[in-house]
Design a protein around this ligand. Structure first.
Ligand SMILES: Nc1nc2c(c(=O)[nH]1)N[C@H]1C(S)=C(S)[C@@H](COP(=O)(O)O)O[C@H]1N2
Ligand SMILES: [Mo]
Length: 151
């Protein structure tokens, strides 16, 4: 299954999980970040830096934030300054994820556990609107407030 990356500055690409892992400079053990959750993950910001360097000699520009979208259309938008510790979990016990395949985002110390989006298939890096708060919910759902109240 391909994951689609769309970056407003550096273009777009679709690649399977292996294409991401290959480029990731830093692989971490998730239990070092989040006690009780095991598996191999790669650091988002280090990966994005490597990805944009591959695409452009002038790769200094950092996004204002990232939106991830899952197979079930759950999505989250997170300002860049809240993503310093964010990782994508891609493997557990040497196997593709049983829960959250193909990629699961983890945002340690994030404003909500709800930001740990499972089954991410689209990743969008934006540069224009500087949001200050992370949001999440199902795409096309009327109100995110309604969703959070239910949980
Ligand atoms: N794709 C997807 N990811 C998701 C959700 C969802 O509905 N779909 N729910 C979120 C919410 S609201 C929470 S609280 C956590 C729950 O994680 P868990 O299933 O590991 O308990 O996953 C988040 N990631
Ligand atoms: Mo949640």
């Amino acid at each position: 299954m391909n994951i689609h990356v769309q970056d407003e500055q550096y273009g777009q690409e679709a690649a399977p999980v292996s294409g991401f892992v290959e480029l990731a400079p830093t692989i971490v053990s998730l239990e070092d970040l989040i006690p009780g959750v095991s598996g191999q993950a790669f650091e988002l910001k280090a990966w994005h830096r490597a990805w944009r360097l591959k695409r452009s000699a002038e790769a200094d520009l950092e996004p204002n934030g990232m939106t991830v979208e899952a197979i079930d259309e759950f999505q989250a938008s997170i300002p860049w300054d809240q993503l310093d510790q964010a990782v994508f979990l891609y493997e557990q016990e040497g196997q593709p994820l049983k829960k959250g395949y193909p990629l699961r985002l983890y945002v340690p110390n994030g404003s909500s556990e709800c930001l740990n989006v499972k089954s991410v298939v689209r990743i969008h890096f934006y540069y224009d609107h500087a949001t200050t708060e992370a949001t999440y919910g199902f795409k096309n759902q009327v109100s995110i407030e309604e969703l959070t109240r239910k949980k």
